[in-house]
Write a protein that binds this ligand. Structure first.
Ligand code: BES
Ligand code: MN
Ligand code: ZN
Length: 497
């Protein structure tokens, strides 16, 4: 899909579809929309009187052969209240438009922006929305979802071309971010027989080489040598050996006293639960239990190209969680790389185990700040449904700084408590800690606390994406399946840290 800025007058553009958006206002026929209506000799406003154009969020109004326009179609996308509308929301507008028109065989379109949304940030949001919306999960289908239906080109009209070079740079950034998110979504989609820990490592290595990043894959021998007992404990139930994927971005001109950001992501390529086996119902979903790892691979892929002035290291522990003959059993004690001993109460709480060693290793590599992302707990769905990512962190200022980035990125995350009372719940009778909290409730918090046991005083953010990394139902701007959540926030944060 070719996306470019267009300075031609939109009314004369002979395109398959002209797209713009409408606010939920009493007098919506203002500015550009007023021009379009005047061009149509008031026909549009007349039509709207039937109540078909309300401007409600993501309402889609499609008009064929619109009077006064050279375009074959006019698509008006509802944008809700103007006061509530943010630049980041443009992604949903352009995405919903693309999916609606693509399924109708449209090949090219013009996206006309509105007054107040004509700068580089707006252009970036529109373009990102298009790239993310264009993604389909049909790799293994003989008959593709949109057979022969492809959007070939999109022109962005109405943007402030007095800053044309900035607009072009914004489109470049959008391609980097959008394609990195889709890269991660592709990985998350892969079934576990097509993406074992070794295959994930190979794909990560290829991505790193293409991006000019340094990469090291620790194999099972190296993992044993480093005494990563928690990761080994999880991996030993499978005949597939684990991998620890390490990718480094080093800036050419690092800023003074630059922090070193560690991106740690859980990559369980399949989670059966191990000996504490999961029920059959929905178990197939556990192929996406590597979503946190994919998130970090996507983020560092983008970081390599956007070149922030701080070093970034991605550390992704990859393993299966299987109930094989050598599998760890409930009650087993594992010695983590840090030396801390862990009583494994439930082998299905495996994510925190592999993150423990990954975090320890990241610290050994010199990271000064950590973000981890993991499909860690079903409990986060109980707390926040599939609306918000659960965001934990210490110190609080560090978490707040990250939450600013989530707002800029338009990704919903909610701060979760991490008070000391919850630490009590993971004290073990026979080891230093146990991998499941005692008592009722707080499952997402005790999971977070387990990781905190290993990050110690290092500023740390933990994102529980178990309920947001995958959607069973498509959204107007997004195919069903992997969402790519958190990647944009992490990229933004890395650029601002
Ligand atoms: N991978 C799961 C969490 C999960 C659940 C991800 C649903 C996506 C959708 C994780 O490894 C797990 O099994 N967690 C357990 C922890 C429990 C045993 C303390 C859970 O949440 O039930
Ligand atoms: Mn599990
Ligand atoms: Zn898991």
């Amino acid at each position: 899909m070719d996306i470019r800025i267009d300075s031609q007058p939109y009314a004369a553009a002979s395109t398959d579809a002209l797209v713009t958006f409408v606010f939920d206002e009493d007098n919506k026929w203002q500015g550009i929309l007023g021009d379009i209506d005047r061009n149509s000799q008031g026909k549009l406003a007349q039509l709207a009187q039937s109540g078909e154009i309300t401007g409600r969020p993501l309402e889609l109004f499609l008009l064929h052969f619109p009077p006064g326009l050279a375009a074959q179609r006019l698509l008006l996308v509802g944008a809700g209240k103007r006061e509530k509308f943010a630049t980041a929301d443009l992604r949903k507008i352009s995405g919903a438009a693309l999916r609606h028109l693509k399924s109708r065989g449209v090949k090219n379109l013009v996206f006309l922006t509105r007054e107040g949304f004509a700068g580089p940030d707006a252009a970036q949001s529109v373009a990102e929305g298009l790239i993310i919306a264009d993604f389909e999960s049909d790799k293994y289908k003989s008959e593709k979802k949109n057979n022969n239906k492809e959007i070939q080109s999109v022109s962005l009209a109405g943007f402030d071309t007095s800053v044309a070079p900035h607009l072009d740079a914004a489109l470049d950034r959008a391609r980097v971010v959008g394609e990195s998110i889709n890269f991660a979504r592709d990985l998350i989609n892969e079934p576990s027989n097509k993406l074992t820990p070794r295959m994930l490592a190979a794909k990560a290595e290829a991505m790193a080489k293409e991006a000019g990043l340094a990469v090291e894959i620790l194999d099972e021998r190296k993992i044993a040598e480093l005494k990563m007992g928690a990761l080994i404990g999880v991996a030993q139930g499978s005949i597939e050996p684990p991998r620890m994927i390490v990718i480094r971005y080093t800036p050419e001109n690092p800023k003074l006293n630059a922090p070193v950001l560690g991106l740690v992501g859980k990559a369980v390529t399949f989670d059966t639960g191990g000996i504490s086996i999961k029920p059959a119902n929905n178990m197939e979903k556990m192929k996406y239990d590597m979503g946190g790892g994919a998130t970090m691979l996507g983020a560092i892929r983008a970081i390599a190209r956007l070149k922030p002035p701080i070093p970034v290291i991605a550390v992704v522990p990859a393993t299966e969680n299987m109930p094989g003959g050598r599998a760890q059993k409930p009650g087993d004690v594992q010695v983590s790389m840090s030396g801390k001993t862990i009583e494994v109460i439930n082998t299905d709480a495996e994510g925190r185990l592999i993150l423990a060693d990954a975090v320890t290793y990241a610290k050994k590599l010199g990271v000064t700040h950590i973000i981890d992302a993991a499909t860690l707990t079903g409990a986060i769905e109980v707390a926040l449904a599939n609306v918000h990512v659960g965001a934990f962190g210490t110190p609080r200022e560090y978490l707040d700084q990250f939450l600013e980035s989530t707002k800029a990125a338009g990704e919903k995350m909610w701060p979760m408590p991490i008070d000391d009372e919850y630490q009590e719940m993971i004290k073990s009778n026979i080891a230093d800690i146990k991998n499941v909290g005692s008592g009722k409730g707080g499952g997402a918090i005790t999971g977070a606390w387990f990781i905190k046991e290993f990050t110690g005083d290092t500023p740390w953010i933990h994102l529980d994406i178990a309920s947001t990394c995958w959607v069973d139902e498509g959204r107007p701007w997004l195919a069903k399946g992997p969402t790519g959540i958190a990647i944009r926030s992490i990229i933004d944060f890395a650029q601002k840290l």
